[in-house]
Every structure is written in structure tokens, then in C-alpha cells.
Write a protein that binds this ligand. Structure first.
Ligand code: GLN
Length: 231
């Protein structure tokens, strides 16, 4: 007997280190994405289990139907729309280059020639770096999570990394030893995603809940809990 929709516990994938959207604090996963999900689930009365698998693993989990959905600062792109269905956008983002805090040699993409550039597998930062690497003559060094990618640049093994600007801005504000010296690239906003054609009721609940928590002020409260007035 198929379980009723009411009784279903959705399996939701997320990233591991992507502050302020998802990260560990005192051994617990917290962040804007996770608080939004919790508030929306409460509003729409559904149950879920959170699976902090990392970004690329979450993408694969949704595509193989091992996960019902994912919330992981995931950009709504045209390419992804071929394989995922997205919720309404819930946060503006895009990609930016970050370099070591004390590095005065890199002022533009031209200065990356012959250098190593750290990227995170499966991300828009990776795709962007990949799209310009031949033009500017640098090599990609892929990592599974953002923490490892930043560390690679902080210790000077790679000259730069490409990451979402709200995430880099938050990290730098928290004392991460990186800086931004170039303009941000045009990007796409974040959305909650399900496998294309699957879990449409979950997607509808997410959209309905998002609308409600925006109207009630809860959305703004969650964002300002993490970003204060820096938004
Ligand atoms: N927004 C980026 C993307 O969708 C990065 C997401 C992430 O690293 N969690 O590719």
C-alpha cells in the first residue's frame, strides 16, 4: 500500500559548508536555507529529514530520486531547468572571484595566467571558471566543499577561487582571509529544487509556504538573524 502524502517524510539534501545558508554551529546544522525550510514545512504541515551531503552529492541524490528535493543555495539556471524543477526564487546571488587577503598581484582575470584556481565541483562558480579558463590560461583545481576550496587559496596553493558573492561576503565579514578585487558576475537567484516532473506537491507546498512567510515577515526575520543589517 502506497503511503499517503500526509504521512510522507521528505528527504531533503543540502550542502555542508555554505554559510550563511547552511553550516554547522555547535554541531548543529543552521543557516538561512535551513530556517526557511523549517518555517515553510511548519506553515505547510509537512515532515522532512535533512541530508547534509554536500552540493554535488545532493544534485545527484535528487536526480537519482534518492532525495525528494534539495535546498543548498542552488542557482536557478536554464541548464539545470532541463533536469530540475525549481521553486520561486528566494535569494539573489551570482559568482565572484576571491583571492588571498594579502595578495596584491591579482587585479583581474588576466593575472590568473599560468596559475591554479580552486573551484567546487558541480557549482556555478565551477562552470564560470571553466568557461573562461582557456581565455585566461589558468588551471582548475576542483574540491568537494567550499571550506576546502577557501583553504586552498588562504594557504596560497591556488591564486583564486570562484564562489557565490553572498557567501564570500559573509565569510570575509566573519574573518576569512580572502578578499574580492573584481566585479561580481551576473548570476541567477537561488531556488528549492526537485527532480524534473517529480514531487510536484512538495514544490507547490514550498512555493505556498514561501509566499506565506514572506507576507508574515518571517522570511525577513530569518535573513536578518544571519545578516543583521548588512543585507
Ligand atoms: N549557487 C551555486 C550553484 O548553484 C553554488 C551552490 C553551492 O555551492 N551550494 O551552483
Amino acid at each position: 500500500v502506497a503511503q499517503s502524502e500526509e504521512g510522507k517524510t521528505y528527504q531533503i539534501g543540502t550542502d555542508v559548508t555554505f554559510a550563511p545558508f547552511e553550516f554547522q554551529r555547535d554541531g548543529k546544522y543552521v543557516g538561512i536555507d535551513l530556517d526557511l525550510l523549517a518555517a515553510i514545512a511548519k506553515d505547510q504541515n509537512f515532515k522532512y529529514e535533512l541530508k547534509p551531503l554536500g552540493f554535488n552529492a545532493a544534485l545527484q541524490g535528487v536526480q537519482s530520486n534518492q532525495l525528494d528535493g534539495m535546498i543548498a543555495g542552488m542557482s536557478i539556471t536554464d541548464t539545470r531547468k532541463q533536469t530540475f524543477d525549481f521553486s520561486d526564487p528566494y535569494y539573489e546571488s551570482g559568482v565572484v572571484m576571491a583571492i588571498g587577503q594579502d595578495d596584491n598581484t591579482i587585479k583581474s582575470y588576466e593575472d590568473l595566467r599560468g596559475k591554479r584556481v580552486a573551484v567546487k565541483t558541480g557549482t556555478e562558480g565551477y562552470n564560470f571558471a571553466n568557461s573562461i579558463k582557456d581565455k585566461y590560461g589558468f588551471t582548475l583545481v576542483p574540491f568537494d566543499d567550499s571550506a576546502q576550496m577557501y583553504e586552498e587559496v588562504v594557504i596560497g596553493n591556488s591564486a583564486a577561487c570562484f564562489e557565490d558573492f553572498p557567501v564570500i561576503a559573509f565569510g570575509i565579514q566573519q574573518g576569512m582571509k580572502l578578499k574580492v578585487v573584481t566585479e561580481k558576475e551576473k548570476g541567477s537567484p537561488y531556488g528549492f529544487a526537485v527532480n524534473k516532473g517529480q514531487n510536484q506537491e512538495l514544490l507547490q507546498k514550498f512555493n505556498a509556504g514561501l509566499k506565506n512567510i514572506k507576507a508574515s515577515g518571517e522570511y525577513d526575520q530569518i535573513v536578518s538573524n544571519y545578516l543583521g543589517n548588512t543585507k
